[in-house]
Design a protein around this ligand. Structure first.
Ligand code: NAP
Length: 307
């Protein structure tokens, strides 16, 4: 595949940025990849493993002269980074991000983008519970969706070029507006993570069941919850602080459904439980048919890719 951007700067060198490095290299999409992370320790690891062509010691040095800058930091850190690099962005370049929430990121980043620079927000719907520069792999985005959230008056050439990069990294590309994105993700990712965190917290609180029993007898359901609940605390704290409205809306609906199931159990209403579980089973089937998961007994855990 041909080079799409001569110089790509990745700000933040964790799971998503390191996977982008591997995926861009796999397809030869970037002339040069430069990177920056906040801590000297992460920058050192990135150098040691040869993650990108150059690891810079300042965010400004990384962003300067780049044709594409991608903010791969936690949602709560996006504004400070945009403020710092805004003044040095090359005229005509594109700035993007991979944040899991879009409305707030757009609101806090946009004011720092100089005119003549294209801001095309994005969110790859792929991830694992691992973080840091060693956790990335080239196949992370294969056949997963990357949602682009450009403004209505965005430069279409800049949007198409970024879409081409994500396709080159293996993803399928869709476009959405920010509010819709945040609601969809509250249903498919954010609330499920909160429920997983809660279930693992409950098991931990239930002192009558000892820790060793929770681990020794952990059945598939609980194991899947623990994998999701092992996700990075900073990233997920920021997701909930920044997708407040949509998450609270879905949590409200979730609580109502949970109460209805609770009542069905108390009243011995087997029909209600059976109908409900039949409906949910068909959703699982459609996800497999859409090629977004495997029906292997281990749910493809060997290379888990749930956002
Ligand atoms: P990660 O593995 O925890 O890496 C985060 C990186 O950001 C680290 O390299 C960290 O540097 C750096 N960083 C933090 N604050 C910074 C700052 N102020 N300036 C420069 N670098 C900074 O995180 P990730 O999983 O790649 O997530 C990155 C973004 O992708 C988040 O916005 C998240 O919402 C989004 N996302 C994540 C997933 C997922 O499943 N993980 C999926 C899709 C999208 P240090 O190591 O030096 O602290």
């Amino acid at each position: 595949m041909a080079v799409i951007y001569e110089r790509v700067a990745l700000i933040g060198l964790g799971l998503i940025a390191s996977s982008m490095c591997h995926a861009m290299r796999r397809a030869g999409l970037a002339g040069e990849i430069v990177g920056y992370a906040k801590s000297a320790e992460t920058r050192e690891i990135a150098r040691e493993i040869g993650l990108c062509d150059q690891v810079c010691d300042s965010v400004v040095a990384a962003a300067k002269d780049a044709d594409l800058v991608v903010l791969c930091v936690p949602v709560g850190a996006m504004e400070a980074v945009a403020q710092e690099i805004g003044p040095v962005l090359k005229p005509g370049c594109t700035i993007s991000d991979v944040g899991s929430v879009k409305r707030t990121v757009i609101d806090v980043v946009s004011p720092h983008i100089p005119s003549g620079v294209h801001f095309v927000p994005a969110h790859p719907l792929a991830g694992t519970e691992h973080s840091g520069p060693r956790s990335g792999f080239a196949e992370l985005f294969d056949n997963r969706f990357c949602i682009l959230v450009p403004a209505q008056d965005a430069d279409r050439d800049a949007v198409e070029k970024l879409a081409g990069l994500w396709r080159g990294m293996g993803a399928q590309v869709d476009e959405m507006d920010a509010e819709h994105h945040d609601l969809v993700l509250a249903v498919t990712s954010h609330t499920p993570h909160l429920i997983a965190y809660t279930m693992v917290g409950v098991a931990d609180d239930l002192r009558r069941v000892t820790d060793s029993e929770v681990i020794k007898y952990s059945a598939a359901g609980f194991r899947d919850f623990t994998r999701i609940a092992a996700s990075d605390p900073v990233m997920w704290r920021d997701v909930f602080l920044n997708n407040k409205e949509a998450t609270l809306e879905i949590l409200g609906r979730f609580t109502e459904e949970l109460f209805a199931l609770q009542r069905a159990i108390r009243q011995g209403d087997g029909d209600h439980l059976h109908d409900y579980f039949t409906r949910t089973r068909s959703i699982r089937r459609s996800i497999i048919e859409a090629g977004q998961d495997t029906d292997a007994p281990d749910f493809g855990r060997a290379k888990a890719k749930d956002v």
